[in-house]
Design a protein around this ligand. Structure first.
Ligand SMILES: [Fe+2]
Length: 390
C-alpha cells in the first residue's frame, strides 16, 4: 500500500457504496425485522451465554503435541493447540454484535477491503472491520469481551489465565459476503470443490482464502462465528507438524467459538465454496500473568499490510498496550527484588540480566516491524517455513 494512502486512512480500500447499499443493507434489514430484536442492552451471561460447563469435557481439544508441532518460531504460552468449535454465545448476542459492527458509520470509519495483494480470490465482498469496539461504538460487543466469564472459559481451555490484548485486536471482523445479484447459497465454481460424496485431499494452493497461510500476530485467537456458509469451504485449516492440513470441521453455527494458539500454529481461513456469507470475528488473547510479556507482533496487522488498521489509532493503541504490559512486567520484577532482599536471598545477577534482556527485546520487538524502521516484505518467509526448519 502506498505510504500516503495508509497514513491518511487507507481510503482506497473503503467499502464501495454498492456493497454498503445492497449486501450490508440486507444484513441490517434482516436484523431489524426480527420481532424481539433489541440492540439496546449489555451482555448478560444468563441470557447471552450459550456455554455450559459440560462443553469443557465434550469439546475436542488438541494440544501442540497432538498436532505434532514440536518446534515453534516463538515461545508458546502453553501446550494448548486448538479446539473444535463449541457453543459460546446465543444467537441473540450474535445479532446484536452484528448490528453494531455493520452500522454504516462504523463501516465508513472502521471497515476496509481486504488487501488483494495478500489474499486469494477476493473482491468487493471481502473486508475487515476493526478498532470500533472500545470507542463507544459497540457497547454490547465491548461488554461481551469485558465480562470475566468469557476470559475464564478461554483460560480453562488454554491452561493459563488469558486476557484480551488491545482494542484493535478485540473483535476484528472477517467478512466475506454473498453476491446478492446471484442466487444465495448456490455453489460457486471453485477448483477446490468436491463432487457430491467425493472427498478430495485438501489443496492449500487452490482454495480461495481470506488470508493466506499465516501465523496470527496475537498469541491466542478466539474465533466466533457470526454467519456460517452453506456447504463446504469457510473452514479454518491448521497446518500440522508434519506439514499436512487438518480441516477444523464445519460443525459451527452462529455463536460457536474456536480457540487457536494462532501465533505458533500455522493456519488459513478458507473462502466459502457457495455464494454464502461467512462472517467470523477474531479476538486476540495473551497471558494475564504480569511477569510474562506477550509475544504479539505487527507482522500481519501493521497499517501498510492490513488496511483496516487505521494508522494513527492503531499505533496509539499498540504502544499503549505494549507499554502497559512492560510496566506490569517491570513492576512485578521490582517487587520481587525487594521481597528477595528482605528474605535474605543472594542477589542473582544472571537472572537479573535475563530479566532486563527480555524487557529490552520486548521494546525492540514493539517497533522493529514498523514501516519506517524496516517494512520487511510481506508475507514473510516465516509463513512458508516448515516447522522442522524453525
Ligand atoms: Fe489467522
Amino acid at each position: 500500500m502506498p505510504c500516503e494512502d495508509y497514513l491518511t486512512g487507507a481510503h482506497s480500500h473503503d467499502i464501495p457504496p454498492e456493497t454498503v447499499d445492497t449486501e450490508i443493507q440486507i444484513i441490517l434489514d434482516k436484523l431489524s425485522a426480527k420481532p424481539d430484536f433489541n440492540p439496546n442492552q449489555l451482555f448478560n451471561p444468563d441470557k447471552h451465554l450459550a456455554f455450559k460447563d459440560e462443553y469443557f469435557e465434550e469439546t475436542t481439544v488438541l494440544s501442540l503435541a497432538d498436532l505434532g508441532i514440536k518446534k515453534t518460531h516463538t515461545k508458546p504460552i502453553s501446550g494448548f493447540g486448538a479446539t473444535y468449535p463449541f457453543p459460546l454465545l446465543t444467537k441473540e448476542a450474535i445479532d446484536i454484535m452484528k448490528w453494531e459492527a455493520f452500522q454504516k458509520e462504523n463501516i465508513a470509519a472502521y471497515a476496509r477491503l481486504t488487501n488483494p495483494d495478500f489474499s486469494l480470490k477476493t473482491n468487493r465482498f471481502d473486508f475487515h472491520i476493526g478498532g470500533y469496539v472500545n470507542q463507544g461504538k459497540a457497547p454490547f460487543t465491548e461488554s461481551v469481551y469485558a465480562h470475566p466469564r468469557i476470559a475464564k472459559i478461554f483460560s480453562k481451555f488454554i491452561g493459563v489465565d488469558v486476557q484480551t490484548c488491545y482494542n484493535y485486536d478485540t473483535n476484528h471482523v472477517n467478512v466475506a459476503l454473498a453476491d446478492s445479484s446471484i442466487p444465495i447459497d448456490a455453489p460457486l465454481n471453485t477448483e477446490a470443490e468436491s463432487e457430491e460424496g467425493e472427498e478430495k485431499e485438501f489443496d492449500i494452493s487452490k482454495v480461495g482464502s481470506i488470508l493466506g497461510q499465516h501465523y496470527d500476530s496475537v498469541p491466542i485467537a478466539a474465533v466466533i462465528m457470526w454467519e456460517c456458509p452453506k456447504g463446504r469451504g469457510g473452514e479454518t485449516v491448521i497446518i500440522k507438524g508434519d506439514e499436512k492440513p487438518l480441516v477444523i470441521p464445519n460443525i459451527a453455527e452462529p455463536g460457536y467459538c474456536t480457540l487457536l494458539q494462532a501465533r505458533v500454529v500455522r493456519h488459513i481461513a478458507t473462502k466459502p465454496n457457495s455464494n454464502s456469507n461467512r462472517i467470523a470475528t477474531v479476538c486476540g488473547y495473551c497471558c494475564a500473568a504480569p511477569e510474562i510479556l506477550d509475544t504479539s507482533a505487527l507482522t500481519s496487522v501493521r497499517p501498510s499490510i492490513l488496511p483496516r488498521s487505521i494508522h494513527d489509532q492503531f499505533y496509539s493503541e499498540w504502544f499503549d498496550f505494549r507499554f502497559k504490559q512492560l510496566q506490569r512486567y517491570l513492576a512485578a520484577g521490582q517487587s520481587k527484588i525487594k521481597k528477595d532482599f528482605e528474605r535474605g536471598e543472594t542477589f542473582n545477577q544472571l537472572k537479573m540480566i535475563e530479566f532486563c534482556k527480555e524487557a529490552q527485546e520486548y521494546l525492540y520487538d514493539s517497533w522493529k516491524e514498523m514501516e519506517c524502521a524496516g517494512n520487511d516484505p510481506y508475507p514473510p518467509a516465516l509463513f512458508e517455513t516448515p516447522y522442522s526448519e524453525l
